[in-house]
Design a protein around this ligand. Structure first.
Ligand code: EPS
Length: 374
């Protein structure tokens, strides 16, 4: 199963193609739009989200609500294109306006300009923008629907905002309450503190990041590989999470803490009663590069947004003189969006691992093969 996305932030639309879906998978378009709306939500988002109202349009691969086995192509329109047509139209536009040369530290602007040989960072930032992640949410929600056919669910919450961290443990079922909260946090008091902190940062023209925890329930053991490092499930998940804009760190289960503890405090002892089980899950559901049947637990650290209204020190590449970095409008924090995107890329990665192991051209074939697994 392959996925490719296309689209610029202020271009006509985002687009994507998912190739390798079996036939007869029921596609719930309302659920895709639900996750698209969640991706746009959350405290601290900027003015752009008032312009957009993301909805998926499926262009191919689905007939009467079910996949055909052919590539599923889709588009999500950028409403803001109407305001940018003059500067973005592929057919011809005015490239002397909306130039960005006061390159932002932490964004792709400067390195991208040099690499793609352009004197306007707009040519780079339009694609590097996190707007692209709307396409990944569409693909991720299709992947959720595929995984659900095997009883696998993906959820998550925001664990920390700019250092305000919730260290409590929550059951998988408790996580769904997070999506109704302004910052997708589960502790009301910590969330109030985080909201106040974001308000302060916004007033100061500054930005924030955070940590999201993603959990997966119900996946049988044996997906991934201990034989081929390229197929290790933990490597695939970490790569996928790290590919999300602004993610700077990823951990599985105990993660970095495991390095500080004795082996007896880290490894999950194995018992047998009507099947193998463990009383702890420090491994985060993955051992030897394979799912072990326990909940998969991953966390990703998201850096602060690099567009700061106060403007960091930089160089204007037009004049090579010192300048304040560009900052017309921006989010103060996009951790809720990141949480939804991270759930989506996790779902897509797991769907790919399932498809790789089970193959199958139609859902009947695939679900039967899943049932037959030990
Ligand atoms: C982004 C900058 C902002 C964000 C955008 C990502 O866009 P604009 O420059 O149009 O104000 O709103 O994210 C989205 C549009 C989105 O839908 O998530 C950036 O520079 O990465």
């Amino acid at each position: 199963m392959n996925f490719v996305s296309a689209g610029e932030s202020h271009g006509k639309a985002l687009a994507g193609i998912i190739e390798g879906l079996p036939s007869n998978l029921e596609i719930d378009i309302d659920e895709i739009n639900y996750y698209l709306a969640l991706r746009q939500s959350g405290y601290g988002r900027g003015a752009r989200q008032k312009i957009e109202s993301d909805k998926v349009e499926i262009l191919s691969g689905v007939r009467n609500g079910k996949t055909l086995g052919s590539p599923l192509a889709f588009a999500v329109k950028n409403n803001d294109y109407e305001n940018w047509r003059e500067f973005m139209a592929p057919e011809g536009c005015d490239v002397t306006k909306r130039r960005l040369t006061k390159v932002r530290p932490g964004h792709a602007d400067l390195t991208g300009m040099l690499k793609y040989d352009t004197d306007d960072a707009r040519n780079v930032l339009e694609r590097a923008s996190a707007r692209e992640t709307a396409a990944r949410v569409v693909a991720g929600t299709v992947a959720r629907q595929y995984l659900r056919a095997f009883g696998v669910e993906v959820s998550g919450y925001v664990k920390s905002v700019c250092g305000i961290c919730d260290n409590k443990e929550y059951s998988f079922e408790a996580l769904s309450a997070a999506k109704k909260q302004p910052l997708f946090m589960l502790d009301g008091e910590l969330q109030k503190k985080a909201v106040a902190l974001i308000d302060g940062l916004k007033a100061a023209g500054d930005t924030a990041g955070g940590v999201a925890e993603i959990r997966v329930k119900g996946l049988k053991s044996g997906f991934g590989s201990c034989m081929r490092y390229g197929d290790k499930l933990d490597a695939a998940i970490c790569g996928a999470l790290m590919s999300v804009q602004a993610v700077k760190g990823v951990e599985i289960g105990l993660g970095f803490k495991a390095a500080d503890l004795a082996g007896s405090k880290v490894h999950d002892e194995i018992y047998y009663k009507n099947g193998f089980h463990r009383k702890s899950n420090n491994a985060g559901g993955i051992e030897g590069g394979m799912s072990n049947g326990e909940e998969i637990i991953v966390r990703a650290a998201v850096k602060p947004i690099p567009t700061l209204m106060r403007g960091l020190a930089t160089v204007d590449t037009e004049t090579m003189q010192p300048a304040k970095a560009a900052g017309e409008r921006s989010d103060v924090i996009a951790i809720c969006a990141a949480e939804i995107i991270l759930e989506s890329v996790t779902a897509l990665t797991l769907a790919q691992a399932v498809a790789k192991r089970l193959g199958g051209d139609n859902m009947r074939e695939v679900t039967q093969r899943y049932r037959d697994l030990r």
